[in-house]
Design a protein around this ligand. Structure first.
Ligand code: MRU
Length: 348
């Protein structure tokens, strides 16, 4: 995978979406064509497309698909139909703010158009812009973040904040890619990230494919490795950054607590499109996923049928545990009330 991997791409010939089916990895590398908003919603719910920035691109392209495929010729009815499809798409994953952000960017173009034809072409153009900007943003963010990684460092990461979670390059893994591209030697410790194993299936796949030094651990090994001095720093991505917390894959908070206890830097890498400074952590819905994700491993039953299961997809790490946030406009440090202040205007 040394060539650029586009997790989500637009096919101009057919006005449809091509995506890497992340449920099939690492066993099979499969590119799937998605021709309707319903199929896209299903792919997002199943996590065939996942990761906050990739969801932003998918959301934008989903609205473009709805616009391209509508048969309505009356502009008001066309707009209502596309808005309905957009709302359905928005509801598929509530925590990752990029999904709504990508959808809203394309909806704004449609609302500002004067005809169905103009709306269709503006929708596709904006979706392509969202996709292109995402890769450029990740590369810029990666260069800023690379400065934080010492040569010879061992870096722990959780979930997959790599090329697969974005359009390409990645956020947390983008920082590691940029550090390695700058000539540094970096070892990666990847947490498996139960229950859907985005760490073992996806982070290990994309890093091993490119020849990075990556080692898999169970999520519960992280604190022990920090205690033994085996980890120099932690870097993760984010699904949403509010005024007071970073939302990311469940388990991120425990790594932040452990890192603080052991005096290890805990970094978050995320584009400005992941910031939601209107809200605080208490306002945010944390997605709960199905019992079966935890209760089964393939066909194998892992828990008695009558036992209740709690399966939260994300947790909220208080900002006081975050050493710095790497963005495309630079590295933001505490106090975050000051360093976030100038972002309000840029994000929305
Ligand atoms: O449930 P997922 O796989 O969509 O969760 C993804 C994460 O938590 C990532 O760490 C986050 O989206 C950042 S991706 C650059």
């Amino acid at each position: 995978m040394s060539e650029t991997v586009y997790t989500v791409a637009w096919d101009r010939e057919t006005n449809s979406i091509l995506y890497i089916d992340q449920t099939a990895l690492p066993g099979r590398y499969e590119v799937v064509r998605c021709t309707t908003v319903d199929l896209l919603a299903d792919a997002i719910r199943r996590l065939a497309i996942r990761g906050a920035p990739a969801l932003g691109v998918a959301g934008a392209m989903g609205v473009a698909v709805a616009a391209a495929q509508s048969r309505e010729t009356d502009f008001n009815r066309f707009r209502d139909e596309v808005e309905e499809a957009a709302e359905m798409l928005r509801s598929t994953r509530p925590t990752a703010v990029n999904l709504a952000w990508g959808i809203d960017r394309v909806l704004a173009e449609i609302r500002n158009a004067a005809s169905v034809g103009e709306a269709r072409s503006r929708a596709v153009a904006e979706a392509l812009a969202v996709a292109d900007e995402d890769e450029a943003t990740c590369r810029t963010l990666g260069r800023f973040g690379a400065e934080l990684i010492p040569d010879g460092a061992t870096v722990l990461t959780h979930c997959n904040a790599g090329a697969l979670a974005c359009r390409a390059w990645g956020t947390a893994l983008g920082v590691i890619r940029s550090a390695v591209a700058a000539g540094k030697s970096v070892r990666v410790i990847a947490c498996e990230t139960r229950p859907l194993n985005q760490g073992s299936r996806l982070t290990c796949w994309e890093l091993a494919h490119e020849g990075f030094d990556v080692t898999l651990i169970t999520d519960s090994s992280a604190a022990y490795l920090m205690q033994t001095g085996a980890i120099d720093l932690v870097i993760v991505g984010a699904d949403r950054i509010t005024r007071d917390a970073v939302f990311n894959k469940i388990g991120t908070y425990m790594h932040a607590v452990s890192a603080r206890h052991h005096g290890i830097p805990f970094y978050v890498a995320a584009p400005l499109s992941t910031f939601d400074l209107i809200h605080e952590a208490k306002d945010i819905i944390i997605e709960e996923r199905s019992r079966d994700e935890l209760a089964y491993c393939g066909e194998q039953q892992l828990v008695p049928a009558n036992v209740k299961v709690l399966n939260y997809a994300f947790d909220a790490t208080p900002l006081e545990l975050v050493t710095a946030v790497v963005t495309e406009i630079g590295v933001l440090r505490p106090p975050y009330t000051d360093s976030f202040a100038s972002l309000q205007a840029r994000r929305y």
